[in-house]
Design a protein around this ligand. Structure first.
Ligand code: HEM
Length: 456
């Protein structure tokens, strides 16, 4: 039954992903033809439509994985109703939010631009997810594997930081600019950290199952990595507020904490290298390929995030397309690839193999989207650097002229963005079809075990 919910959440997430890349491509076109398209497609609507769609992709797909991998735990009608209520709340909020954007009804803050009242069903839906998770862990015995800790911290920190991101509705925060922005950006840093925990929990679960080695999820080093990640989730937000006149202690602490990410980076490179031989052995396996691709993007993005954490560099990158390169590089290259690893794993394990045509389409999509993402990423960094240089060299240059000078980067951005969108569709559609065609999951006894999975 939880598999059905998992499938429902994942399928909904995939539809949001398709909508997200569609709005993204329209946004890319607006960069090229701003005058011609402004009335037809206002960027003020398009940007939140795009960003919210991809955020809902991430949330629905990560939660879908959680339901899939905690399946078989709660078979009562009560938990069935609870799961559906959870879905209904999140889905209704998501659709209403999209409707508000189309109708031009705003009222929130950046990234959550919908009327704040819609935050309530989202928050309640996460509490219900917490209840589901509690029921699941109540029945489990012995020490927890790492992914369970990740799921727990993801749920708890989502509720905390999501609530925190709405403190601005209280005059004490909302009426004080610096306090308001400091809390706002701090909460956003933790919020992203919390859904990363949900995604990473799913990815760790898949890695453990694919390798057939449960000790991977219980090693002290894995836990050390988890605690470092958790520490970063709580404190790495400092680089978001370098531009604000807050206490220097906060800035220095933030800088040192951001630098601990070097340790994570070191560990990732280490695992990346050691996982290569294993990966080669399993090169034919779809989830493995997604995991390996995500690993490459983790490396690139962490390197970039560390550079951006240096205050002297942050002064120039803040608010330029370099920030967008960092955000999209991470959400597409890391988050989306890890979620697709989990989605393909869940399909193969619970619904049988993909057809040859579906497998081919997914592989083509994987190559196309990642090849395009490299160009996309470089184009955004190029546009960001170009803008920073122009602003320093010619401070009197009007904004429109700067944008004109950056046009070649925007052409590369729009073309490669279309490549990403087509690649995403080539992957998402066959997965969606598999989920919709297999309403009945195969019984647990017939699901593919890790040994068999390795021979697909
Ligand atoms: C899985 C796919 C994608 C994800 C997860 C994603 C994610 C995001 C995120 C998180 C932002 C906000 C960036 C920020 O404020 O720093 C953003 C902005 C944007 N994205 Fe994407 N994106 C995806 C695909 C695309 C594609 C295919 C295009 C096509 C060109 C695109 C075009 C844009 C544009 C134009 C913006 C607004 C940038 C600005 O404010 O100037 N995105 N995207």
């Amino acid at each position: 039954m939880n598999r059905r919910l998992g499938s429902l959440f994942l399928a909904t997430g995939l539809v949001f992903l398709l909508a997200g890349v569609f709005f993204g491509v329209l946004g890319g076109l607006l960069y090229l033809f701003p005058q011609e398209l402004r009335d037809l497609l206002p960027f003020t609507k398009l940007r939140p439509l795009h960003v919210s769609s991809v955020v809902f992709w991430i949330l629905f797909a990560a939660i879908g994985g959680l339901y899939f991998y905690t399946s078989g735990s709660s078979k009562t009608i009560r938990s069935y109703t609870l799961g559906h209520l959870h879905y209904l709340l999140l889905f209704t909020a998501a659709i209403t939010i999209m409707g508000c954007y189309v109708a031009g009804i705003f009222g929130g803050r950046e990234y959550w631009e919908y009327p704040p009242v819609l935050a309530i069903p989202i928050a309640i839906s996460f509490v219900l997810l917490g209840v589901h998770f509690y029921r699941h862990i109540k029945k489990t015995k012995g020490p927890w594997p790492i992914y369970r800790w990740m799921w727990l911290s993801g749920i708890v920190f989502f509720i905390l930081s999501f609530t925190e991101s709405y403190l601005w509705v209280l005059p004490y925060f909302g009426d004080h600019l610096v306090r308001d922005m400091a809390v706002q950006w701090k909460s956003y840093g933790s919020l992203v950290g919390s859904w990363n925990m949900l995604i990473n929990g799913g990815a760790f679960y898949v890695m453990t199952r694919l390798s057939g080695d449960d000790s991977l999820a219980r090693k002290p080093l894995t836990f050390a990595f988890f605690f470092l990640g958790l520490f970063n989730l709580m404190f790495n937000w400092g680089h978001h507020i370098y531009a604000l006149p807050v206490s220097s202690t906060i800035r220095y602490t933030a800088y040192i904490v951001s630098m601990t990410e070097l340790l994570i980076l070191g560990r990732i490179i280490w695992t990346w290298r050691s996982s290569l031989s294993e990966a080669r052995k399993n090169a034919a396996l779809l989830p493995y390929r997604f995991l390996i691709v995500a690993d490459g993007w983790i490396f690139l993005n962490l390197f970039m995030a560390i550079l951006m954490s240096v205050p002297a560099i942050n002064l120039y990158t803040h608010g330029t397309h370099i920030t967008v390169a960092h955000t999209m590089g991470a959400t597409i290259g890391i988050n989306t690839m890890l979620l697709l690893a989990s989605a393909t794993y869940a399909c193969i394990r619970f619904y049988g193999r993909f057809s040859t045509a579906a497998q081919k389409s997914i592989m083509r999509g994987l190559y196309l989207s990642n090849g395009s993402l490299v160009v996309f990423w470089v184009a955004l960094i190029g546009a960001g650097l170009g803008k920073a240089v122009l602003e320093v060299q010619s401070p009197e240059m009007p904004h429109a002229q700067i944008m004109q000078a950056l046009q070649p980067w925007f052409v590369a951005f729009a073309v490669s963005g279309t490549g990403i969108a087509v690649g995403v569709a080539l992957m998402a559609v066959p997965i969606l079809r598999t989920l919709l065609a297999n309403q009945k999951a195969i019984p647990e006894s017939e699901t593919l075990k890790s040994k068999e999975l390795q021979h697909i």
